[in-house]
Every structure is written in structure tokens, then in C-alpha cells.
Ligand binder design. Sequence first.
Ligand code: FAD
Length: 440
Amino acid sequence: MALRKSACPTKPMPDTTYDVVVAGAGPAGLAAACRAAQSGARTVIVDDNPRPGGQIWRASHKPPAAAERWIRLAEAHHVELISGARIFASPADRRLALETLDGEFEIEYRSLILATGARERFLPFPGWTLPNVMGAGGLQALAKGGLPVEGRKVIVAGSGPLLLAVAHYMRSHGADLCLVAEQAGGASLWRFARGLISKPGKLLQGAWLSASLLGVPYYASTWPVRAEGHGKLESVTLTTQGREWTEPCDYLACGFGLIPNTELAVLLGCRLGETGVSVDQNQQTSVAGVFAAGEITGIGGLDLSLVEGEIAGFAAAGHPEKSRALDARRDAEWRFSAALEEAFALRPELHDLPADNTFVCRCEDVTLGRVRACTSWREAKLQTRCGMGPCQGRICGGAVEFLLGWKAESVRPPVLPARISSLAADATAGSPAPPAVPSA
Ligand SMILES: Cc1cc2nc3c(=O)[nH]c(=O)nc-3n(C[C@H](O)[C@H](O)[C@H](O)COP(=O)(O)OP(=O)(O)OC[C@H]3O[C@@H](n4cnc5c(N)ncnc54)[C@H](O)[C@@H]3O)c2cc1C
């Protein structure tokens, strides 16, 4: 893929206007960029990682074959890639501010496709801030980046199909996988598995993953209640059917499902729906010229991300009619996404996971008791600094939403951490005031 030099000046250059800018180089972003470029649009993808692929195709050595196919197609259609660049603000209409290691610069778009993906939901419990307690995908990402897991005792816990993928990865890289703990109940999982009969590809994938974990205990209706250790994790206490037991381990990989990364969309004024950013049949958001695809619109897995990306790419390039043949595939994937949501819904008992003295906001050391004493997310931010640290509520926001039912009321730039010099350059360019979170 043509790699654009990231050492750009602060002010936009004449060649920084694109027909289509794609935010995010995961499966949705790659598919979107390919279809937009194929339809004749000058297209660029911006992503904060060093290589394209997003979460699932985050390569340790060589991207998987499916990723290679999309990357080769993007190259063939002259898609440009700005990697290692964070989009942190929108200083003016149809303009984005980017930060790279070399500095801040801006690009302009006629159409924008938001494909910023999702992140894990963390739920706090006593000991969750101990070193070596990590997100499930987080430990996998570190292992893909070189963290040795061979011979280490690993417990995978939380909720969702990602647990199986992570468990498989850990085992195939030599980890001593102790067990997988899924909070969803056995009946719910069984119904979900039966529903996969109409999706042979996914059924096969599930069966293959399960077979690769033969011999590893998989407990439904089970979740961690406590992590303990001196200076770092040494053991995890789990609960199932009212019984508790403790397992020694080196790593706890724990995530309770995924939540869409909607911050940039909200900053641009896009309306949110029940599952993520609201889109119409063409993946068009409530803001003219802004499209959204992939897990930012709702959690549905790789195939949904790809098909939404393709539809958004055609539409953003001005050819929505080319994507009508894909509508049925997307609708089927949406049904799968709804089944996922139902099967892995978080159980009410998880509200009792944190004690009053458990940190909810680990950036600012704010306990649940202090947050609970407030009446809204806004008040909690003002009174306790919950959500005001470097992660800007990315971690505690999802937990507070589940535990107390509060949603963030506004998003302010920078949507990702940025250097003071980048913020200063952006302020000189005159960022507009942030909008309140629009809802459906
Ligand atoms: C941690 C994690 C691990 C996962 N591992 C697996 C797995 O092993 N197997 C599996 O089947 N599914 C996995 N999933 C689910 C998988 O990511 C989705 O099913 C699907 O791939 C999502 O594709 P996407 O293109 O919507 O988003 P993503 O693949 O998440 O891509 C979004 C990209 O946008 C970038 N981005 C976001 N905001 C900005 C910004 N402001 N500026 C610049 N770049 C930005 C992100 O860094 C990312 O590269 C994982 C999800 C997560 C969160």
C-alpha cells in the first residue's frame, strides 16, 4: 500500500484533500477503502497502528491470508495509507486533525467513513488493577507484539466469543491455559450454538475453536470476583452457582464484551442508536457526507464489518446502487449480531462485582463509592475526576454505564490523547465547540 509520508506541515497542503477519508484500517476500513477507490474516488486510510489490519488482523509477523487479500486489493486501487496517525479533532467542517510522531497536520475530505472499531468492556472487581490482570484482547495484543506467554498460567474470563479466540491463541503459543470462565449461562450458550446451524461458516469456526481447546475446562455462569497477589497477580477467585474457588495464575485475560468507539462520530455530531452509531441503508450517518461501518455501528464480528465497509465504500464514492447486492448479506449478519447480544448479555449479579472501595477509574484513582455518591456522569467527572485521566473515560465509561446506567453526555477534543503542541496547533486553527451527544 502506498505509504504517505507522515511528516506533514501543520497547515493543510493542496494535496491533502481526498474524495474519501477512511478512519480506521481494520476489516471495515480496508473493505470501505477498496470499494471507494475501485469506484474512482481518491481514497486514504488513517490508522493509529503501525500496520493495517485493526484488532483481529493485528499481525505479529505476517498478516493472515484474508487480510493480505484486502491489503493487496487496496494497493491495486492506489489507496493511500497514513499509519501511526491518530485523528484527534475536527478543526473545521470536513477537516480532520491528525497527530503522528512527526507532528500535527490536517486533511480534508468530501466524504468520511468512520471505521474506528470497538474496545473491550472492563468491569472492576477487587484486585483488577494488579499488574498482569489484563483485557482478554489486550493480553492477546501484547502476546502478538512479543510478550512471552509460553509456560505461563493463563485464565481467560469475562464474556463473548472473543474469549474462545484468545484462549485458542494463548494455547497455540504455549501458554498453560488453566480455564475459560464465561459469565453467560449454559442454556443461553446452547441456544446461540443451535442458532449457528443456519450459518455453517460460523458453526465450523466455533467447532474448530472448541476442538482446539479440548482438555481445557470451559465454565459457563462463571466469573472472577477477586484477583490477588503481592505486587502482581498470583491468583484469581472465581464464582459459579454460589460456590467460590481460587486458582493460581500468572495472567488473567478478562473482558466483558466489546463497546463501539463512537467518540469521533459524536464529536462530528453523528446520532447514536441502541447499538452504536446510527446509519441508514447506505451506512450514511445523520451527518451529511459521514458514513460509518464495522463495530462502531454495533458489535457483530468480522463478516458484518467487511460487508458494512463495502457498502459504505460504494456509497461514499457516490455509487450506492453498486452495493444493493450486499444488502441481504448485511441483514443476515445483523441477525447474527442481535443473537450475539442476546446470548452474551451481562447478568445482573455482575453489578455486585466491585466493592465501594474498588477503583472504577484507574487513571484518577476514583472508587465506586465516590462515584456512586454522585447523581450523573457529569457530576462524577466534576466532583471526582472520574473519566478525566489519560484514557478519557474509555475504560471507566463502559463500567459506569453498566454499573450505574450513566452515559457520557458530551465528547470533547482531543478524542485520543494528543501532545500539547498538537492541541496548540489545533486551537490556532480554531476547533468548533463540541456538540452534546445526540441520541436517536
Ligand atoms: C482488543 C480486541 C481484540 C479482538 N480480537 C479478535 C480476535 O482475535 N478474533 C476475532 O474474531 N475478533 C476479534 N475482535 C473483534 C474484531 O475486532 C471485530 O470483529 C472486527 O474485526 C472489527 O473490525 P472493525 O474494522 O470494525 O474495527 P477494528 O478492527 O477495531 O479497526 C478499527 C481501527 O481504527 C483505529 N482507530 C480507532 N480510532 C482511531 C482514531 N481516532 N485515529 C486513528 N485510528 C483509529 C484502531 O486503532 C483500529 O486499528 C477483537 C476486538 C478487540 C476490541
